[in-house]
Design a binder for this molecule. Structure first.
Ligand SMILES: [Zn+2]
Length: 270
């Protein structure tokens, strides 16, 4: 589907920014509307954002929204709003109060989050509904000035976006739980990586072995393994190990092991 989404009103604090009470209509319309746009895009729909953040007047804001919507050939135009005036629940406004599936199902899906279903209303006099070329619906998610707002905050904008997505497409959003095949795929990937890590450890150990068998230790200094130093020192002290004319000991790893063994047997005791 080709869907135009309008996050209602201008941004908070501007001319035409909408109702503000326990929650701010402009802010929440954007939180819900942009999350809805993401869900629709992920599901493969073409989304046109028809949000107007700044306008000199309310009528200019409305005209710019409709111009954006009508510059595309859309299957559906959706405007997201929040209600005020002390009521409770969710409602959707359509031209002539027409009860098309997307509108009826959006009311139903939002009410399933625990809100009163106020149903479809005649929005023929609402500018964006009246002037939209495409089939249009204006969603009043819930009220900003009653206990609706508290419930809304607890549930969070993302769940309302999912509900409207379900209302529009008839589809549930993808669950964050893994399916069995995703689980199996992930498990195989982890096992494969574990095997690769084991291989790397093996290669690393082989490299260590190579270094240990080829390295020559000439001096009893920082390069000498610490476990060998006291034994080498004792061997030097008693003359069992002597360097060449330059003082180089020329000891292999194997020699070190032998020196330590002999040291432990007490061979270098004076
Ligand atoms: Zn509004």
């Amino acid at each position: 589907m080709r869907i135009g989404i309008n996050c209602g009103h201008t941004v908070s604090g501007q001319v035409g920014c909408g109702a503000v009470d326990y929650i701010d209509e402009s802010v929440e319309a954007r939180n819900v509307g942009y999350a809805l746009e993401d869900l629709l895009k992920k599901a493969g729909h073409t989304v046109y954002d028809c949000t107007n953040d700044y306008a000199p007047t309310v009528s200019s804001n409305l005209k710019q929204i409709v111009d954006m919507a009508n510059s595309q050939s859309l299957d559906l135009f959706v405007s997201i709003h929040f209600n005020s005036g002390g009521g409770q629940g969710t409602e959707v406004w359509t031209y002539g109060g027409k009860k098309f599936d997307e509108a009826t199902n959006t009311c139903k899906a939002i009410s399933e989050l625990g809100f009163k279903n106020r149903g479809i209303k005649d929005g023929s006099k609402l500018y964006v509904v009246h002037h939209s070329d495409a089939k249009a619906m204006l969603v009043e998610v819930c009220f900003v000035d009653t206990d609706d707002a508290e419930k809304y905050k607890k549930i969070g904008a993302a769940e309302f976006a999912k509900a409207i997505f379900k209302g529009i497409t008839g589809q549930e959003t993808e669950s964050e739980d893994l399916t069995m095949s995703q689980y199996t795929e992930l498990k195989e990937l982890i096992e494969k990586q574990a095997a690769e890590i084991a291989d790397l450890k093996n290669i690393n150990q082989q490299l260590v072995n190579v270094v240990q068998t080829t390295m020559i230790y000439d001096f009893n200094d920082d390069n000498m393994p610490s476990w060998a130093r006291p034994a080498v020192q004792a061997a030097m002290d008693c003359g069992a190990v002597q360097g060449d004319e330059n003082g180089r000991l020329g000891l292999s790893y194997k020699d070190l092991r032998a020196i330590v063994r002999e040291y432990r047997c007490g061979l270098y005791n004076k």
